[in-house]
Design a protein around this ligand. Structure first.
Ligand code: 1GP
Length: 254
C-alpha cells in the first residue's frame, strides 16, 4: 500500500487524521526519539518533517530518528530544495498555488524532479495554499508570496478547484507556523463542500477544541507544530488526537 493510500484509509476509517509537524530546528534532537514514541502511542496518524528555513544540517538524522521510533507514515513537508531524502515514506510535492512566485509554481519543482525521481521516493502532488494569518509568518516571508485573504473563501475555493482540475491529489491549507489566527472554519467548509480533494489544515492551531472545529468543518488532516514542540509526555498530543478522532465520519465526505 502506498503512503497516500495509507493516509486515505486513515481519513476513511477515522473521519479525520492528526499529523504532527517536526521542524528539525525547533525539536531538540536528544528528546526526539522519546517524543516520537510518545506521540505514536498517543494516537498520531503521521509526522510531517520540514521547515521554511533550516539552520541545522541534521535533516537526515532527524528523519532517521523519527522513522526508527514510529510505525505511522513519515512525510517530508519541504521548505526548500534541500529537504529531500529517501528515508521518509513520502514527500509532499508542493506547488504554492496561492502565490504568484514562479519559483514556487514550477522553478523549484523542475530543479527537484530529477533528484526526487532518482531517490524513488513516493511523491504526493500537493496544492499548497497560504492563508492570511494576522502576522507575517516564515512561510510568507521565505516564499515571497502574498497569502490569500482570510475573509474571501470564494477565492480560496477557486484555487482549490484549479488544483483539482490540474490533477493534484491533496490540498494543504496553511496559515503558516506560529500564525496568530488559524485557517478560518468557513474557508475549510466552503472548500470541503465543493471540492473532493483531501484537505490538510494547519498553522496556528493551539487547542484540541480548535483542532476539532477544523475537522468538523471538513479538514481531512489537522496539523500541529508549535504547541506540541515541547510536549515531553505526549499528553497534549493525546488530547489533540482524541479531539480530532472524535469527529464522526457522518460530518464528513467519504
Ligand atoms: C505549519 O501547519 C504547520 O505549516 C504547523 O503550524 O506550528 O502553528 O502549529 P504551527
Amino acid at each position: 500500500m502506498t503512503t497516500f493510500q495509507r493516509l486515505m484509509t486513515i481519513r476513511k476509517e477515522r473521519g479525520a487524521g492528526y499529523l504532527v509537524l517536526i521542524d528539525p530546528d525547533k525539536n531538540e534532537k536528544d528528546k526526539l526519539a522519546a517524543f516520537v514514541r510518545e506521540a505514536t502511542r498517543a494516537g498520531v496518524d503521521g509526522f510531517l518533517v520540514g521547515g521554511s528555513l533550516l539552520l541545522t544540517d541534521e535533516f537526515e538524522s532527524h528523519l532517521q530518528t523519527i522513522k526508527g521510533n514510529t510505525t505511522v507514515p513519515v512525510l517530508i513537508f519541504p521548505g526548500s530544495l534541500f529537504q529531500v531524502s529517501s528515508i521518509a515514506d513520502a514527500l509532499l510535492f508542493l506547488v504554492l498555488i496561492s502565490g504568484r512566485n514562479p519559483d514556487h509554481l514550477i522553478g523549484n519543482q523542475v530543479i527537484a524532479a530529477p533528484i526526487v525521481k532518482k531517490t524513488g521516493l513516493e511523491t504526493i502532488s500537493t496544492g499548497y495554499m497560504l492563508i492570511e494569518a494576522g502576522n507575517m509568518t516564515s512561510a510568507e516571508f521565505m516564499s515571497n508570496t502574498k497569502p490569500l485573504p482570510r475573509n474571501k473563501p470564494d477565492i480560496a475555493l477557486a484555487h482549490a478547484l484549479a488544483a483539482e482540475l490540474i490533477g493534484m491529489k491533496i490540498l494543504y491549507l496553511d496559515a503558516g507556523s506560529g500564525a496568530e489566527a488559524s485557517v478560518p472554519d468557513e474557508t475549510i467548509r466552503t472548500i470541503s463542500s465543493h471540492c473532493p480533494l483531501p484537505l490538510i489544515v494547519g498553522g496556528g492551531i493551539r487547542t484540541p477544541q480548535e483542532a476539532r472545529r477544523k475537522a468538523e468543518a471538513g479538514a481531512s488532516f489537522v496539523v500541529t507544530g508549535t504547541v506540541t514542540e515541547r510536549d515531553d509526555l505526549g499528553s497534549l498530543v493525546e488530547e489533540f488526537a482524541t479531539a480530532i478522532h472524535s469527529v464522526s465520519t457522518v460530518h464528513r465526505r467519504s
